[in-house]
Design a protein around this ligand. Structure first.
Ligand code: ATP
Length: 320
């Protein structure tokens, strides 16, 4: 607890953490433990969640959400209790910290909710880092990554950022060398898709076809090559997402969004993670801006972003 002349002095640590696009996502069969093995290439993109963690005198954890003006949260249900991933991240940090205070987490949301971009995971990653600083826990990045994996498969990546290959359930990460920036347009839907339901749909479609999926053990090296060389044309030829057909089965209009993006000049498009956000690959920052503008004219919620960008980092630390 901070004490200034015997009085509690609140402190706010503000952290930003990126959302992600899966540039490739191979999904294995349903495992006996209810999970699916994946082999994926994650790319952190320049759409950030922000968490301001403020110490409170009275103990406990509270959460509030303030949507960025570009994100419409009307009718979107985000729990503020222990079902919120950021809340759970703070609870885990309080357990491993010697002198935790209470904390209020104010989340500025920019990543579409249930959009397949790991927004809740980014909130959790940001909260781990913010509480580590707030409570002087002194955990290493490796220790934080360990706690992150307990919270969810996508949380370690938001902490790490950049480009990484994810195996296991997506949490066994190896950073990949890909410094060249790629430009994307995200087309955000005004509805969400439940990740477990998308996986269940994929299982059902495969079963109906009598297809037995292989356990994925590696990603296509061509994807890493294209990312390393920064060649968007080469990347556009190898983008893959096994979940895409399941997302389209649940929301058939996604096929039209990809088609529209490609007919407006995108090199290629795919569903991001479990969707429904669509990621369209562009040639350059200028073509991404132009494409986003054109899609907005057509009534879509489109946003130009780039990646890779760094993982969760502290942007301010203030005594109030
Ligand atoms: P992923 O791609 O990691 O599976 P997502 O990006 O599709 O997830 P999220 O926005 O992370 O989806 O959230 C999915 C659901 O989790 C939401 O519908 C909401 O009920 C719940 N949730 C829990 N914590 C959060 C949070 N901090 N922000 C948003 N949703 C949260």
């Amino acid at each position: 607890m901070n004490a200034v002349r015997g009085r509690f002095a609140a402190r706010t640590v503000r952290v930003k953490a990126p959302g992600k696009v899966n540039v490739s996502l191979n999904v294995g069969p349903l495992r006996p433990d209810g999970y699916h093995s994946v082999a994926s290439v994650y790319l952190a993109v320049s759409l950030y969640e922000e968490v301001a963690a403020t110490s409170t005198e009275n103990g406990g954890i509270s959460v509030s959400i303030s949507p960025d003006s570009a994100l419409d949260l009307d009718g979107v249900d985000i729990p503020l209790d222990e079902r919120n991933l950021a809340y759970r991240a703070a609870a885990i940090m309080a357990d491993v910290s010697e002198k935790p205070t209470g904390v209020h987490l104010e989340i500025t949301k920019r990543v579409p909710v249930a959009g397949g971009m790991g927004g809740g995971s980014a909130d959790a990653a940001a909260t781990l880092l913010a509480c580590d600083a707030l409570w002087n826990s002194g955990l290493s990045r490796e220790e934080l990554a360990h706690l992150a994996a307990e919270l969810g498969a996508d949380v370690p990546f938001s902490l790490l950022g950049g480009t990484a290959v994810g195996l296991g359930v997506g949490d066994e990460l190896s950073p990949a060398l890909a410094k060249a920036q790629m430009d994307w347009v995200l087309v955000c839907a005004d509805y969400g898709l439940s990740t477990p339901e998308v996986f269940r749909t994929l299982d059902r479609l495969r079963e109906a076809e009598g297809v037995t999926a292989q356990e994925p053990s590696a990603v296509d090296p061509k994807i890493l090559q294209a990312l390393r060389s920064g060649d968007p044309d080469a990347l556009s030829r190898v983008l893959v997402n096994d979940l895409q057909r399941a997302s389209i089965d649940l929301a058939p209009q996604l096929r039209d969004v990809i088609g529209m993006g490609e007919s407006c000049g995108a090199l290629a498009g795919l569903v991001s993670g479990s969707g429904p956000t669509i990621a369209l690959l562009a040639h350059s920052p200028e073509s991404a801006d132009g494409l986003a503008e054109e899609l907005r004219h057509l009534g879509h919620n489109a946003l130009a972003v780039h990646g890779p960008v760094p993982g969760a980092r502290i942007i301010s630390d203030t005594l109030l």
